[in-house]
Design a protein around this ligand. Sequence first.
Ligand code: BG6
Length: 490
Amino acid sequence: AETGCLSIIVLGASGDLAKKKTFPALFNLYRQRFIQSNEFHIFGYARTEMSDDDLRSRIRRPIPALGFSIFLCYICLQSGLLQMKYTSGSYDTEEGFRLLDKQISEHEEAKSSADGSCRRLFYLALPPSVYPVVCKMIKLCCMNKCGWTRIVVEKPFGKDLESAEKLSSQIGELFGEHQIYRIDHYLGKEMVQNLLVLRFANRLFVPLWNRDNIDNVQIVFREDFGIEGRGGYFDEYGIIRDIIQNHLLQVLCLVAMEKPVSLDSEHIRDEKVKVYFFFNAELESISVEPIKDEEVVLGQYHGYRDDSKVPDHSNTPTFASIILRIHNERWEGVPFILKAGKALSSKKADIRVQFKDVPGDIFNCEKQGRNEFVMRLQPSEAMYMKLAVKQPGLEMSTVQSELDLSYKQRYHGVTIPDAYERLLLDTIHGDQQHFVRRDELKAAWDIFTPLLHRIDKGELKPISYQQGSRGPAEADELLLRAGYVRTHGY
Ligand code: BG6
C-alpha cells in the first residue's frame, strides 16, 4: 500500500451526507487502523462560517445511531490524536480554495515522508450543480505537487443523458478518468461484491447461469418509509433516477455480465459496459432493448403530495417496476425485472433468480414452485436456494425447502463494513473496480432517458398505492406476465 501524508478534504462538510456517511466512514477506517493517524488529516470545507470545534460537535451529533466507536473517534479528535481543520469559503471563488491549499500544504510539509510523497483526496459531498465549478477551483488552487489528487463524486450525475454527458465533459476536461471516483454505494455492499465470486468461482453456477436454465431475474429494492423531508430533491428526480438507473442497473450488470479477463478494474468495467453495448465493427449498438410502455408500472404512494416541497399535481413516481431485456446469446428471452419503491410494507433489497421448470416432471413439483436462487442484499445479508425435497416421512411427496446461508449465523461476530467505508478505502488505494466509469454512466442514461422524458412530460402517469402496501397491484400482474411463478413466501 502507498504511504505518505494523506489529506482527505470533505467539501460540503457542514451538510447531511458528510455528517451521515462520509465522516462516520472515515472514523471507522481510522478506528480499524486502515488509515493511520500519524499520516492522516481531515480538512472540512463549506460555506457556513464555523470553527474547527463547531464542526467537531456537528459531526458528533449522529453518534447514538452509530455507536461507541464513533464516540471514541470523537475523543481522538478532541485530544488531537486525529486531526481535523475547517475552512469556510464559497464554491465559486479562488479565495477560500487558496486558503484551503495553504492549510493542506502546511500539513504536508510538517508530515511529509522520506520520499516526500503526499496524497490528496477531495470528497465532494455537494449537489452536482456545483461539481464543475468546484472541480475547476481544485484544479486551479489545490492540486497536489508531490503525489496524486483524486476526486470523489456522488450521484445524481445529471438528470438525463444530455445533462450527464455535459457534467462528465466538464469534469473530464479538468481531471483524467483515473482521478475521478463516481460513487454508487450499492457497489460497496457485501452481497453485491459477492456476485462476481459466486458466479465465477463456483462450478455449480457456471453452466446454469443462462437462458437455457434461468426463466427470469428480479432485482428489487423496497423501503418502508417515504421521502421524509427530502421532498425537494425527490420530486425532481423520482424513483427511477434515485434507485433504478444507478443502484439496480449496476447490480443487473454484475448479474448479467460475462466473465472478465481478470479482476483488474478496467477488465471488470469493460464487461459490465458490454451488457449494454455490443461492439460490432464500427457500429456501436445497444444490446438492451428500449423499454416498452406495457412493461412499465409506475406508482406514487398516497400522501406523497402532502410533503410541503412536493407540488400538488406532481407526476413523480415513488415506485416503478420495469422490465429490461438483454439481446445477447446468454440472455435472449429472459426478462430482468427491476423494481423499486418507497413507503412499502417492508425494507429490503434482493436479487431473485428463478429457474425454469424441470422438463418431464414425474413428481408434480410444479405445484411446489420452481428453483430459485435469492441473494438478500439487506437487511441481514443472506443467500438461499429454493429446492424441491422429499417431504420427510413415509409418504413420497415433495415440498419446497431452502438451502440457507444466513450471514448472521454463519459468520457470527464478523462485522460487515458499511459500503462507504469500503469505497473510501478503495479511493485511497486507487482501486476503481467498484466505481462507475464514464461510459457505463452514459449507457445507463441511454437506457432510461426516453422513458424519463415521457414521465417528465406527463405522458405516463403513476398509479396511486397505499403506504405500507406492496405497491400497485399492476406491478404484481406485470411480474406474472413476465413469467414469474409465485413461490412459497413471495
Ligand atoms: C440513496 C437514495 O442513493 O439510496 C435514497 O438516494 C435511498 O433514496 C438510499 O434511501 C438507500 O440506500 P440503502 O443503502 O439504505 O439501501
